[in-house]
Design a protein around this ligand. Sequence first.
Ligand SMILES: NC(=O)c1ccc[n+]([C@@H]2O[C@H](COP(=O)([O-])OP(=O)(O)OC[C@H]3O[C@@H](n4cnc5c(N)ncnc54)[C@H](OP(=O)(O)O)[C@@H]3O)[C@@H](O)[C@H]2O)c1
Length: 382
Amino acid sequence: MLQQVAILGSTGSIGTQALKIIQQFPDRFSVCALATGSNITLLEEQIRNFKPEIVSVFNEDQAVTLRRRVADLPVKVLTGAKGLVELSAWPGVDVVIVAVVGFSGVMPTLSAIRAGKKVALANKETLVVAGEIVMAEARRHNTVILPIDSEHSAIFQCFHAGGSGELKRVILTASGGPFLGKKREELAAVTPEQALRHPNWRMGPRISIDSATLMNKGFEVIEACRLFALETSQVQVVIHPESIVHSMVEFIDGSIVAQLGLPDMLLPIQYALSYPQRWPNPFPRFDWDRNHTLHFYPAAKGEYPCLDLAYQALQVGGTLPAVLNGADEIAVRSFLEGRITLMQIPALLAEVMSRHEVIQHPSLEDIVEADCWARKETERII
Ligand SMILES: NC(=O)c1ccc[n+]([C@@H]2O[C@H](COP(=O)([O-])OP(=O)(O)OC[C@H]3O[C@@H](n4cnc5c(N)ncnc54)[C@H](OP(=O)(O)O)[C@@H]3O)[C@@H](O)[C@H]2O)c1
């Protein structure tokens, strides 16, 4: 049966790759809905190619312009945060791919879950800031959340090798980003261009900078705990510069199961869409006719301050992970604008976290408020 897909963030790195997968499988998927922030030039191209029934543009002026440009087509154009939420629950949609960046993923993900849609989740921030609420809603509505993040897709695949009571821990691999092995002094004058140049992955700006500070890995630790109901002590990070082993699961008998593949998001996106099946594809494969050497190093405590902050936020819980994410969104933007250095990011995040009065068992409103507070506080300190 043809599945109707909605892509939130269709003009981004994950969104455009998701459209490539859909093009590979025209008998299985059709695009019903697309949403973006403001890039209406690419969105118009996507509308003309994929003929969605409905689209949403966050920026209201751009939505008005787009309505004029696509007046010859039977497509409905929504706008704003409300538009994104409405589109996520659109009646014709079967699967919602959440590939927007940052806090903006929370409300549409909840909307899709409450409408009973299957959710393919790339937006890790949703689980970082509101993971407990989101997972509880998914259980209540019997909704499946399938991970797109390559590490979580790997863990999800490795889990199939044992029962839930047989798990010892998961080992999240981290490439270490573009500055692996560099001394703190060498990082003092790093430019945004250097920080954006990830050695293995082509990604959007926020996640690229978060990969350079290892904040991204910290968020993935929180994401793993929320998604798979793990204790903090059950998630260990290991540096693996080649990004071939996407993550591993260790079982109680000492057996370790790993998932390998080229560093390419097409495979985890496809798996989230094909699960529980696997489908053939023409994507490049790992070449076993060549020699390879893979390296693994422990991610020592104290060496990666952003990773330590994420463990701290996870352990304290409540509104603290939302504060960490909100502060990081502002810190990353400020670094890209040249207002702070890369090395100032962890100290800034630690300062904002230390000023926050944590609310335990927060409501969604508490989380929204904590996020707003963290953004303002970070701006104020900068
Ligand atoms: N890229 C990867 O390889 C990768 C891997 C694992 C996980 N992820 C996660 O996937 C998510 C997306 O990452 P990305 O690298 O694809 O980001 P990206 O390239 O920056 O793309 C972000 C997308 O979200 C849209 N967007 C931003 N704010 C929006 C809003 N308020 N309403 C509607 N749409 C909005 C953008 O639209 P405009 O183009 O109009 O701005 C764009 O389509 C992030 O949470 C990231 O952590 C990414």
